[in-house]
Design a protein around this ligand. Structure first.
Ligand SMILES: Cc1ncc(COP(=O)(O)O)c(C=O)c1O
Length: 488
């Protein structure tokens, strides 16, 4: 028998030959003092310029950056906003004043205890004591005498309203989600991030103040929409859908659609003599675990703590369980020390007193602003005076040409150190329109009376100067024309 040849150990079948790595690779460096790089080649430069995706940072989609708000801020920076912010009236940002000088309002903490416990990761649904405090608040304010009550299992704490909305979006099933125009600008960008549902915008009619009628909801459901998202009270119009219409909408949706009610402005309610009543869909829920109503609110607006980033979602247990869990891959949960500090703020009697103070103070500011704008000649009919939020959806159509659209008005206000938000940013994809003048939000701006009275006064003085100048110029133009005409 022939002796077997000794076996040589098999070399592993290598997919990438090592010789490849030793081959010199050519990454040309732009700007290198050599003639042999892409800068020297016309066709390479052409390829670069042909498409955004061919440029450096090809992995970045700049259109994902929120355009409207960023654009407004950049224009304000160009006019010196960053250099002297105190000389400016920022009536653009949707933030309430945060000082402790509103009569009847409780003092916000200046320091907070940070327990050893709160150094640990917190539960992504929030700490139990705050979840229970939110449930207790909703039961006390909205569910007196009702059999079905919220418990901590119906509440998820989230790091701010936007994080909450994203969490809700992350757990939705394959569905059509209906939302309305105009509404909170972030909805559009936020909803387009998700592939699990199709977001369908539905324009509201200007003639009746962009009101969401129950018939509109029926139409949405008839076309197969199974999730409806709206702010109520509404950003940017300041209007509110209250009972009995709100209850009717909830009846239409029951067992048919999930209703996501963004109630961030629910406390800014001027329909009930500033008695502290908060508008909430929680009032009309039959069974807290069966009715698919998700309510989102937080400390941001009605507790005037936008920097704390503490918000909550209230809804059926099953939904809340999913929304709590998805925090583990989305945002990691709200910070624990501020959750602990929030618990005592939500005591129902304290909140009622706070809401009374808030409503009286903000209604006074609303009336002041409306009074001054009317004197300047703005069209603000009594039936359209907003009953909620701290926004005015200001119609510019009575102003002279050149000032009677949102972008031009915004531009002229910047020259007087005043910031407002052009209405088209509340429209969907305004830049995709063939003509921006066709937008239904073209002749509006959103005016926020969130800031302190001194700031409002300064802002309105600036707007008055803008309006007076435009009227003077327009009168001059008219008399010049009539002189010309008379001569002919
Ligand atoms: C209707 C509405 N929902 C939610 C939010 C977001 O709140 P937060 O600042 O807590 O993310 C805002 C903020 O402007 C808003 O207007």
């Amino acid at each position: 028998m022939a002796a077997k040849a000794p076996q040589t150990p098999k070399t592993p079948n290598r997919k990438y030959s090592s010789s490849v790595t030793s081959r010199p690779r050519r990454f040309s460096k732009a700007g290198e003092p050599t003639e042999d790089n892409e800068l020297s080649s016309k066709i390479h430069r052409q390829f670069r310029d042909a498409h955004r995706g061919h440029r450096a940072h090809a992995g970045l989609d700049p259109s994902r950056a929120s355009t409207g708000v960023v654009w407004c801020t950049e224009r304000a920076y160009e006019h010196g906003f960053l250099d002297e912010p105190d000389k400016w009236a920022n009536l653009g940002q949707g933030a309430p004043e945060v000082d402790d000088d509103i009569e009847g309002s409780f003092q916000r903490p200046q320091t907070i205890d940070i327990s050893i416990n709160s150094r640990e990761y917190g539960p992504t649904a929030g700490i139990k004591s705050l979840r229970a405090a939110v449930a207790n608040l909703y039961n006390a304010h909205h569910r007196q005498g009702k059999e079905s009550k919220y418990t901590y299992e119906n509440v998820c704490i989230v790091p701010g309203g936007r994080a909450g909305l994203i969490r809700i979006a992350a757990v939705l099933g394959n569905s059509y989600l209906g939302f309305f125009i105009p509404d909170y600008t972030a909805y559009n960008e936020m909803l387009s991030l998700f592939k699990n549902f199709a977001a369908i915008p539905s324009p509201l009619s200007e003639e009746d103040g962009y009101h969401i009628h129950p018939t509109k909801i029926s139409e949405e459901i008839a076309r197969g929409t199974t999730v409806i998202l709206t702010s109520n009270p509404r950003n940017p119009t300041g209007h509110v859908v209250a009972n009995p219409e709100l209850a009717e909408i909830q009846d239409i949706c029951r067992d048919r659609a999930t209703l996501v009610m963004d109630e961030f402005y629910g406390g800014y309610n001027y329909t009930s003599d500033c008695d502290g009543t908060v508008v909430s869909a929680a009032e009309n829920v039959h069974d807290v675990n069966e009715d698919d109503v998700l309510i989102i609110d937080g400390l941001t607006k009605r507790f005037r703590l936008p920097g704390w980033r503490i918000a909550w979602i209230v809804g059926p247990k099953e939904f809340i369980k999913a929304i709590g869990s998805c925090g583990s891959y989305l945002d990691g949960g709200a910070n624990v020390p501020f959750q602990e500090a929030a618990v005592s703020m939500l005591e129902p009697d304290k909140v009622l007193k706070e809401m009374k103070a808030l409503q009286a103070h903000f209604m006074e500011k609303r009336d002041y602003v409306i009074g001054r704008l009317r004197k300047m000649g703005f069209h603000l009919p009594e039936e359209n005076v907003p009953q909620s939020t701290f926004y005015l959806w200001l119609d510019l159509s009575s102003l002279p040409t050149g000032l009677n659209d949102g972008l031009n008005f915004f531009q002229k206000c910047l020259e007087e150190k005043v910031i407002v938000v052009p209405g088209i940013f509340f429209d969907l994809n305004p830049s995709k329109r063939r003509d921006l003048f066709d937008s239904p939000c073209h002749h509006f701006v959103r005016f926020s009376y969130g800031p302190k009275m001194e700031v409002l006064e300064m802002g309105l003085d600036g707007i008055e100067r803008v309006v007076k100048k435009a009227r003077r110029d327009s009168d001059l133009r008219r008399s010049y024309h009539s002189v010309l005409y008379d001569r002919e």
